[in-house]
Design a protein around this ligand. Structure first.
Ligand code: FMN
Length: 437
C-alpha cells in the first residue's frame, strides 16, 4: 500500500494531514481526540505573549455561506488568538507531545513586532519539545488592529525581520503563515525566504462580511447591533488558496521553499490537489469544525486508495507534479479546440444550457428542433467556453470533446491548423513582433 508518511522540514508525521491552528487545536482535550481519530499533526491554536488575557466577544463569532442543500460552503470568524493562559497551554503541549511522540505538534505564535517579545517566548516553546513554530502573520481581525497578525503579514520587510529574529533565537523549524489579504502572495513568501524561514503555510483567512441583517442593518455576526469584518475560510476559499500555493511553488525566487497548504480542504482529493500544486503537506480547519475529527479517516483511506490505483508509492511521487503545468495565459495553446457535446440520454431538458448560452454567450445551443424541445450544440457557433457544462445540473451530461488536429473548424470552414504554437509566437503578440524585428 502507498506510504503516506510525511516529512515536512524535518517534522515527521504518520500522514500529511495536520489540523490548522484554530479552535480544534486550542487545548489538550481536543488535540488528544484528534490524534486518537488519526490526525498526523496539529498546529496549536496561536499563543500570545504573557500578560493580560485575550478577551473574545461573548456573542456570535461566526458567519456563514451555505449551498442550496444547507451544506456549509464558507465560514467567517471574528475570533482572536487563544484566550487560554499561556503557561497552561505550554504545559498541555509538553504533555501531549510526550504522550504522542509520533505526531507533529507545531506551535503557532503571535507576539508584538519587537525582538524582545519573540526572544521571550521562543525558549518557553522550545522547552515543551514541540516540533516547530508557525508564525501567525495572517489573522485579519482583532490582532491586526494591535499591530500583529496580518498587520505584519502585509509588510514584507516586517516579515523578513521577524523571521530572522526567530531563526536567530531558536533551533526549532520556523513555518511562516501567510495572509491572503495582499495583492501578490509571492512578495511575503520571498520576504520570509530572505529571512531564512524553513517553510511557508497558507492561507490564513480572507477579510470578509458574510451577510447583513436587513432588519437591524448590521453586518453578521452581529454583536449588540454592530459587526466587524471577519476571516473567511472553508470550501469557498479553496480556489484562492490553491492559486496562491501554485504562485509560490512556481516562483523562481523561492524555488524549493516547502509549503504547507491550507484553505477549504475537506476531502482527500482536495489534499491531493494542493500537494500536486506543490504543498508538502496540508492543514485543515473548517472541515474538522463542520464534520468532526473522524473525517481524517476518509482522507487517509482515500489518498492511499488513489495513490495505489495510480501507482504512486509515496508522497514524493505527487508533491509538485502539477506545478509545471501551471503557466501564464500567453503560453496556452491557441490551436487546442474543444466543443461541447450533450448526452441526449442524460439530458433532463431543463434548458439551463440553452438559456445561459443564448442570453449571455454564443447562441450555440438549440432549444426547439422540429417543434420539439431539444438541446443540442450547434458546433459552428460553439467556442468551447464550457459555460453550459458548468450550469448543467446533471453531472457528465455535457462534456467537452477535444478535436484532433486537422479537423475542420466548422465556423471558418478551414482546417484547424497548427500554424501558431502559442501566443508567444503569435504575430499579433507585440513581444513576438518586437523579437522578430
Ligand atoms: C474560528 C477560527 C479561528 C482561527 N484561529 C486561528 C489562529 O488562532 N491562528 C491561525 O494561524 N489561524 C487561525 N485560523 C485560520 C485557520 O488556521 C486556517 O488558516 C483557515 O481557517 C483556512 O483553513 P480552512 O479553510 O480549512 O478552515 C482560524 C480559523 C477559524 C475558523
Amino acid at each position: 500500500m502507498a506510504d503516506i508518511r510525511n516529512n515536512f522540514v524535518g517534522i515527521k508525521s504518520p500522514n500529511p494531514f495536520w489540523l490548522a491552528s484554530a479552535p480544534p487545536t486550542d487545548k489538550a482535550y481536543n488535540v488528544i481526540r484528534a490524534f486518537k481519530a488519526g490526525w498526523g499533526g496539529v498546529v496549536w491554536k496561536t499563543l500570545g505573549e504573557e500578560g493580560p488575557p485575550v478577551v473574545n466577544v461573548n456573542g456570535p463569532r461566526y458567519g456563514a455561506i451555505w449551498g442550496a442543500d444547507r451544506r456549509l460552503l464558507g465560514l467567517n470568524n471574528i475570533e482572536l488568538i487563544t484566550d487560554r493562559d499561556l503557561f497552561l497551554n505550554l504545559r498541555e503541549i509538553k504533555q501531549v507531545k510526550k504522550d504522542w511522540p509520533d505526531r507533529a505538534i507545531v506551535v503557532s505564535l503571535m507576539v508584538p513586532c519587537v525582538e524582545e517579545s519573540w526572544k521571550a517566548i521562543l525558549p518557553l516553546v522550545e522547552e515543551t519539545e514541540a516540533d516547530g513554530i508557525e508564525l501567525n502573520f495572517g489573522c485579519p481581525h482583532g490582532m491586526s488592529e494591535r499591530g500583529m497578525g496580518s498587520a505584519v503579514g502585509q509588510v514584507p520587510e516586517y516579515i523578513e525581520m521577524v523571521v530572522r529574529w526567530c531563526k536567530q533565537n531558536t533551533r526549532m523549524p520556523v513555518i511562516t503563515k501567510l495572509t491572503p489579504n495582499i495583492t501578490d502572495i509571492r512578495k511575503p513568501a520571498r520576504a520570509a525566504f530572505a529571512g531564512g524561514t524553513d517553510a511557508v503555510s497558507l492561507i490564513n483567512t480572507i477579510n470578509s462580511i458574510t451577510g447583513v441583517d436587513l432588519d437591524s442593518f448590521a453586518p453578521m455576526p452581529t454583536i449588540d447591533g454592530k459587526g466587524s469584518h471577519g476571516g473567511y475560510c472553508g470550501p469557498a476559499v479553496k480556489p484562492i488558496a490553491m492559486n496562491m500555493v501554485a504562485e509560490i511553488a512556481r516562483d523562481s525566487e523561492t524555488r524549493g521553499l516547502p509549503i504547507s497548504g491550507i484553505g477549504g480542504i475537506t476531502t482527500w482529493r482536495d489534499a491531493a490537489e494542493f500537494m500536486a500544486l506543490g504543498a508538502g503537506n496540508v492543514q485543515v480547519c473548517t472541515a474538522a469544525m463542520t464534520y468532526g475529527f473522524k473525517i481524517v479517516q476518509e482522507m487517509i483511506e482515500g489518498l492511499k486508495n488513489w495513490m495505489d490505483a495510480k501507482g504512486h508509492a509515496s508522497l514524493d511521487d505527487i508533491v509538485g507534479r502539477a506545478t509545471p503545468n501551471v503557466t501564464d495565459w500567453q503560453y496556452l495553446n491557441l490551436n487546442y479546440v474543444a466543443k461541447a457535446r450533450i448526452d441526449q440520454d442524460a439530458c433532463i431538458k431543463c434548458g439551463r444550457c440553452h438559456i445561459a448560452c443564448e442570453d449571455t454567450s454564443h447562441q450555440a445551443i438549440t432549444s426547439m428542433v422540429d417543434g420539439v424541445r431539444h438541446f443540442e450544440v450547434i458546433e459552428a457557433e460553439c467556442v468551447g467556453c464550457n459555460l453550459c457544462v458548468n450550469v448543467c445540473p446533471v453531472e457528465n451530461c455535457i462534456t467537452m470533446e477535444p478535436l484532433a488536429a486537422g479537423v475542420m473548424d466548422q465556423r471558418t470552414g478551414q482546417p484547424v491548423s497548427p500554424v501558431y504554437f502559442n501566443w508567444t509566437q503569435h504575430p499579433n503578440n507585440p513581444m513576438a513582433k518586437a523579437a522578430a524585428e
